[in-house]
Design a protein around this ligand. Structure first.
Ligand code: NAP
Ligand code: MG
Length: 492
């Protein structure tokens, strides 16, 4: 069995614990490889390397750092197919979606590389004569990057590329379900010319590796994507230390379908939003809010598509839905199905593990639809992160928007309507970081901000130019060339 290593200070090395954990293919339960279970000493070594490398990396001009990212982008293009297959092998999403995961990293590499020649501050007039004013961006230091398994190449790229382009250094803790993707990604950075110590990789669990990383005295910033529960604990720890922390957390995303919607389009979007990546996206459509007048017709077409979904291993041609990532996730999804039944929702299809054919050893789950869902039920409130969608029925646009907002999350949303007034009313009144009009809740473009309201995050936005506000300190610079002491607000 292949044994993998950590990457610290430019070298692939074993963890001090001497222990390993298994990386499992969720479609077959075969072991993909063994990865080191890193402990506090390994985290300390990685953080020290990152701290040391920061001194020279921050001095390299940003356009030069950008050139390294261009190389990373090119290598990602060359290895796109290979990496996509690794994604499918490790976490199960179908190959077409895995290619999209890599493409997002390619796009992010080029976007961030270009930003090396921008990283804009502002210049603005001073209120006083013979005085100028501007802002410049400065790096922050060592960034801890902690990522989930569901976009095992894209999400690390969203964090690591802007972090290092800005002049920071990184300690990256891979998700325990996708350490091979993390290793392949870091190998590309190594080959692109990222100097030793600038990006370090430690494998291991959240508690054993992630926790000491968050608490480490030399870590200045934490960038986390994952569950709201873990994010809350990280924020509490950073509250004490006053480390900067950016959190991208869960969602309970709704697609609204109004009575004037393009129905075939709304159906296609709902199937894609609810069941792509087997529902394991933070932006997955977890609630379908249907206008009562179109509900019957919508559901008839919706079920034609849902029953046509092909479940199987992600490398097979024509498969629409792969497995869930692990047994714990499958149990959690089954638990939500039971909760839905216990609270009186009506199970229209699915609801159990899928074990036919070559799926018998994997963590497959049937596409599941509940009707008669009311806002207080757990399946209407909590993130399920599986192929389960809840139908809520409404009488008006106002009720649809109020229902969409009736959640502790606020990441993504969508409305299907052909009426421009309704569309703009939804844009204004839905409390979400992402609002789609006439498309599904999933799918983000890397040059636009990404993030959510309420429990979906802590107010930051990744991607776009907004991400550089996470990874840089802003210095405000005043230059007084009057030769006299000019007192702001006093010498008018
Ligand atoms: P998770 O359990 O919170 O894990 C995310 C990462 O945090 C993993 O690397 C995990 O390590 C690590 N971790 C766990 N406990 C930790 C601790 N106590 N201290 C430090 N690190 C810790 O989330 P998940 O189940 O992998 O991912 C699904 C969640 O991510 C969903 O809630 C989803 O909505 C969210 N998500 C959000 C976005 C977004 O951008 N808003 C995007 C994708 C996913 P291990 O792997 O070792 O457990
Ligand atoms: Mg796995």
């Amino acid at each position: 069995m292949a044994k993998y290593l950590n990457y610290i200070n430019g070298k692939w090395i074993s963890a001090s614990t001497g222990r390993f954990f298994n990386d499992i293919n969720p479609a077959t339960q075969e072991i993909v490889g063994e990865f080191p279970s890193s402990g506090p000493d390994d985290v300390d070594e990685a953080a020290s390397a990152a701290k040391k490398a920061f001194a020279s990396w921050r001095k390299m001009p940003a356009p030069k750092r950008g050139e390294i990212l261009y190389k990373a982008g090119k290598l990602l293009i060359e290895r796109k197919e290979e990496l996509a297959k690794t994604i499918t092998l490790e976490m199960g999403k179908v190959l077409t979606e895995a290619r999209g995961d890599v493409q997002e990293a390619i796009d992010t590499a080029f976007y961030c590389a270009g930003e090396g020649r921008r990283l804009f501050g502002i210049t603005t007039p001073s209120e006083l004569a013979n005085k100028s004013a501007m802002t410049v961006r400065a790096p922050i230091g060592v960034c801890a990057v902690i990522t989930p398994w569901n976009f095992p190449v894209a999400i690390p790229s969203w964090k690591i590329f802007p972090a290092i382009l800005s002049g920071n250094t990184v300690v990256f803790k891979s998700a325990s379900d996708t350490p091979l993707c993390a290793a392949e990604f870091v190998k590309i950075l190594e080959e692109s010319g990222v100097p030793a110590g600038v990006v370090n990789l430690v494998h291991g669990s959240g508690s054993e590796t992630g926790n000491p990383l968050i608490e480490h005295k030399d870590v200045n910033l934490i960038s986390f994507t994952g569950s709201t529960e873990v994010g809350r604990n990280i924020a509490a720890s950073c509250g004490k230390s006053l480390k900067r922390v950016s959190l991208e957390l869960g969602g309970k995303n709704a697609q609204i379908v109004m009575d004037d919607a393009d129905m075939p389009l709304a159906v296609k979007a709902a199937v894609w939003g609810a069941f792509a990546t087997s529902g394991q996206r933070c932006t997955a459509t977890s609630r379908l809010i249907l206008h009562k007048d179109i509900k019957k017709g919508f559901l008839r077409k919706f079920f034609e598509s849902v029953f046509g979904l092909k479940i199987g291993t992600g490398l097979e041609k024509g498969v629409d839905m792969g497995p869930l990532v692990n047994e714990a996730r499958r149990k959690s999804v089954a638990g939500y199905v039971q909760a839905g039944l216990d609270e009186g929702a009506e199970l229209l299809c699915g609801g159990k593990s899928y074990t036919k054919g070559n799926c018998k050893n994997g963590f497959f789950f049937e596409p599941t639809v509940f009707d008669g869902v009311t806002p207080e039920m757990r399946i209407a409130r909590e993130e399920i992160f599986g192929p389960v969608v809840s139908i809520l029925t409404v009488n008006s646009l106002d009720e649809a928007i109020a229902t969409a907002n009736n959640t502790s999350y606020g990441l993504s949303s969508s409305i299907f309507t052909t009426n421009i007034n309704k569309a703009f009313s939804a844009i204004e009144n839905i409390d979400c970081g992402i609002i789609y009009v006439n498309s599904s809740t999933i799918g983000a473009e890397n040059h636009l901000p990404f993030g959510g309201y309420k429990n979906s995050g802590n107010g930051h936005r990744e991607a776009g130019t907004a991400v550089f506000d996470i990874y840089t300190e802003i210095k405000t610079v005043y230059i007084d060339y009057s030769g006299a002491l000019q007192r702001a607000q006093i010498d008018l």
